[in-house]
Write a protein that binds this ligand. Structure first.
Ligand SMILES: C[S@@+](CC[C@H](N)C(=O)[O-])C[C@H]1O[C@@H](n2cnc3c(N)ncnc32)[C@H](O)[C@@H]1O
Length: 407
C-alpha cells in the first residue's frame, strides 16, 4: 500500500467491549501487514470513535486517500446503506472526495470480508477449537506438499525429465532468452528497500532475472541455484556485465550452506520445488535481516495455461497450490505478511511469438501436433493494438509476499 493511503477499519459497535476489541486488534494486524500505513478505527453505533471522528483522526497524517473497510462478514443494511450514508458515499458507489483539515482526500469504500478461503480457514480453526481437535485445522504445509505432488506441472516435469534439476538444465536456454515481463515490476517494487550497502540472498536465482539487475544496485548478492545449466547462464551474464559482487552456490535451498543473515532475501517463482515448506520458510525468515520477498503465482492467472494444457495434453489441468497457501502458512507461523499483486500484460510483436511464449513450457513435438488448435485458441485472447504490438487481453498476475522482520 502506498504511504499516502490510510485505512479506516469500521466496526458495528456494541454495549459489550468485544466488538471494539476485535476491530482494534484486526486494525492493528492490518497495520503490521502494511508497513507504515496509517490505520484507524471507527464505529457505526454505541462505541467511539464515530465514523466522522474516525475520518477526522486522519487530519495531519499526510494521507490523501483513505480506504474505509467494513469489518463485517457479509453485505447488509449497515454496509450498503447506513455506513455509505454517513460517509457521504452514494448508494452503489464506492468512492467520493472529502475535505480533511483543508486538504482534498479520496475516500474509497471497500467490500466487507465476504466468502473467501481465508475465512473458511479461520472457520475450520474455530471448529477444531470447539472440538478440541487440532486435526480439523487446515495443515497448510501438508496441503502445499500434496497440492504440488498432484499438480499437472509436477507430472509434466516427471515426464519430461527424471529430476527437477534436469528439467531446469533442459529449460535453461529457453529461460535465459525469455525476458519475463514480471522482472521490472519486481525490481521496481524492491528499489525502495535497497541501496549500495544492502546484502541480498536470491534463492532459486535461475538465469539471473533478479540477481543481475539487483546486483547493480546493492553491495553484494549470494545466488543459490541448484541447476548447473541455469547457473551457467547466470555466471556468463554476470561476467559479461562485469558484476563481481555475486557469489554463486550450486545447491538447493534445503541443502545450501549460508552464513548469517542478509538484509533482503528473495525467492522468485522457486517455491514450487520445495516440499518441506514450513521448514524452508523458517530458514528463509532466519536468514532475513530486514525483508523477505516471495514471488509466487496466482491460480486465476492459470486459466489460459490450463486451457492450452488441455489442448496439448488432452487432459484437464490440475493447478498446484498458490500464494494463498503460503500466505496462510506464514500466518500460522505468527507472521503478518503484506501481499502485493503484480499485474503484467504480455506483449509480442506478432501472433507466432505469442504462441511461442504461451507454449514455452511444453515439449516441442507436442506443440507441433496441436499447432493449429493452439494458434486458433491464442488468437482469441491476443489483440493487435494501434502501435502494432500484440497484447494479451487478460493480464498475468503474480503475488509478491513481503515479510517485514521486526515489525
Ligand atoms: C521458474 S525458475 C525462477 C528463476 C528466477 N528466480 C526467476 O524469477 O526468473 C525456478 C528456479 O528454481 C530453481 N529451484 C528448483 N528447486 C529449487 C530448490 N529446492 N531450491 C532452490 N531453487 C530451486 C530451479 O532450478 C529454477 O532455476
Amino acid at each position: 500500500m502506498e504511504n499516502n493511503t490510510g485505512v479506516l477499519v469500521l466496526g458495528h459497535g456494541s454495549s459489550l467491549p468485544f466488538n471494539k476489541e476485535v476491530v482494534n486488534a484486526v486494525a492493528n494486524m492490518i497495520g503490521k501487514c502494511n508497513g507504515n500505513a496509517v490505520v484507524k478505527t471507527a464505529f457505526l453505533n454505541i462505541d467511539t470513535p464515530t465514523l466522522h471522528e474516525g475520518l477526522k483522526s486522519f487530519e495531519g497524517t499526510g494521507v490523501n486517500r483513505i480506504v474505509a473497510l467494513p469489518c463485517f462478514l457479509a453485505p447488509g443494511v449497515h454496509t450498503t446503506k447506513d455506513i455509505p450514508r454517513v460517509l457521504g458515499i452514494k448508494e452503489g458507489d464506492n468512492r467520493t472526495m472529502i475535505q480533511l483539515g483543508g486538504t482534498d482526500v479520496e475516500l474509497v469504500y471497500a467490500e466487507p470480508l465476504g466468502a473467501d478461503p481465508c475465512i473458511a480457514g479461520i472457520a475450520c480453526r474455530r471448529i477444531g477449537d470447539a472440538l478440541n481437535d487440532q486435526t480439523s485445522m487446515p495443515n497448510w504445509a501438508q496441503l502445499w506438499e500434496q497440492g504440488m505432488r498432484e499438480s499437472s506441472w509436477m507430472d509434466d516435469i516427471a515426464q519430461q525429465a527424471n529430476s527437477v534439476n534436469k528439467y531446469w538444465d533442459d529449460q535453461s536456454p529457453r529461460y535465459n532468452r525469455g525476458h519475463d515481463a514480471y522482472r521490472s515490476p519486481v525490481v521496481d517494487r524492491l528499489k525502495k528497500y535497497i541501496d549500495t550497502t544492502t546484502t541480498l540472498l536470491d534463492i532459486g536465482a535461475g538465469t539471473g532475472a533478479l540477481t543481475i539487475p539487483l546486483a547493480k544496485k546493492v553491495k553484494n548478492v549470494v545466488s543459490i541455484e541448484p541447476s548447473a545449466g541455469m547457473l551457467d547462464y547466470l555466471k556468463n551474464t554476470a561476467l559479461k556485465e562485469n558484476l563481481e559482487n555475486i557469489e554463486f552456490i550450486n545447491n538447493t535451498w534445503e541443502d545450501a550452506r549460508i552464513s548469517g543473515q542478509y538484509d533482503i532475501v528473495v525467492c522468485s517463482h522457486a517455491l514450487y520445488f520445495i516440499t518441506d515448506m514450513k521448514k524452508s520458510l523458517q530458514r528463509m525468515i532466519d536468514a532475513t535481516g530486514k525483508h523477505l520477498f516471495l514471488m509466487i503465482g496466482i491460480h486465476e492467472s492459470n486459466d489460459r495455461y490450463g486451457d492450452i494444457w488441455k489442448i496439448i495434453k488432452g487432459t484437464p489441468y490440475k493447478p498446484g497450490p498458490d500464494y494463498i497457501n503460503i500466505y496462510n502458512l506464514l500466518r500460522e507461523m505468527d507472521l503478518y505478511p503484506e501481499v502485493k499483486i503484480i499485474t503484467t500484460t504480455m506483449e509480442c510483436s506478432n501472433l507466432d511469438e505469442a504462441v511461442k511464449l504461451a507454449t514455452s513450457h511444453f515439449d516441442e513435438s507436442d506443440i507441433l501436433a496441436k499447432k493449429d488448435a493452439i494458434r486458433s485458441y491464442i488468437s482469441q485472447y491476443v489483440q493487435q493494438e494501434s502501435d502494432g504490438m500484440f497484447r494479451w487481453k487478460d493480464s498475468f498476475k503474480s503475488a509478491l509476499i513481503v515479510v517485514n522482520k521486526n515489525v
